[in-house]
Design a protein around this ligand. Structure first.
Ligand SMILES: Cc1cc2nc3c(=O)[nH]c(=O)nc-3n(C[C@H](O)[C@H](O)[C@H](O)COP(=O)(O)OP(=O)(O)OC[C@H]3O[C@@H](n4cnc5c(N)ncnc54)[C@H](O)[C@@H]3O)c2cc1C
Length: 181
């Protein structure tokens, strides 16, 4: 008769069996003296979060040849897919329509340095802030829908500059980037 204990034992055995079956294949592959290459790509992107998918899309857009995105999980999107769908974007169109005209990437960096208690890497913060409108545009170009007229001031920001995807999840972005890619 199957009880909880024997079921768990069976599950553990099956899991180990799966690993045992996989390891020799991997070991053989890494030790192989002659590797047969079945496919060739100009660019290989590791990971299908915001970074990977936008890198893949931009590589294609710039005509840099074929791109392969590799993802280790069974679903695409990584942390990006489960995030809250918030984007902090100085000078986003909704912010400007609300009459907030005194924001800038430098203001965003200033806030992030304060929030991060000075531990952040400033050149990276500047790069993210300076390219935030481009990221927004990439979303728009690929059909991401943001909440209508929604731009608010969230914790740690000295201005209303946070917009949010329609369903409040980064999956709204990763699915659209994935479809385009
Ligand atoms: C719960 C949560 C809520 C958040 N909310 C917000 C928010 O509202 N706004 C905001 O701006 N930021 C938010 N963040 C932060 C933001 O989501 C991350 O900074 C962003 O998703 C990072 O994107 P990424 O592409 O660098 O990494 P990821 O989205 O994590 O993508 C990395 C991908 O690489 C894959 N990978 C890793 N190693 C390998 C490998 N060896 N081979 C193949 N694939 C591999 C992973 O499986 C993953 O899919 C949130 C984060 C979390 C966790």
């Amino acid at each position: 008769m199957q009880n909880r204990r024997s079921f768990l034992k069976l599950g553990a055995g099956a899991a180990l069996g799966g690993i045992a079956a996989t390891i020799p294949t991997m070991a053989n592959a890494s030790c192989a003296t002659e590797i047969k290459w079945d496919e060739t790509f100009d660019t290989i992107v590791i990971g299908s979060g915001f970074a990977g998918l936008s890198a893949a899309l931009n590589t294609k857009k710039q005509g840099l040849g074929s791109v392969l995105v590799l993802e280790k999980m069974q679903v695409i999107g990584g942390n990006s897919a489960i995030n809250g769908g918030w984007l902090a974007i100085p000078k986003n169109p909704i912010q400007l329509a609300q009459g907030v005209n005194d924001d800038s990437p430098a203001e965003l960096v200033k806030d992030q340095i304060i929030s991060g208690r000075g531990m952040a890497d400033i050149p990276y913060l500047e790069m993210i802030a300076n390219r935030s409108l481009d990221a927004y545009q990439l979303c728009i170009d690929n059909g991401v829908i943001f909440r209508k007229d929604f731009n608010i001031q969230v914790g740690g920001h000295n201005k209303a500059r946070a917009i949010r995807t329609k369903h409040g999840t980064g999956g709204d972005i990763t699915t659209k980037l994935y479809e385009s890619a």
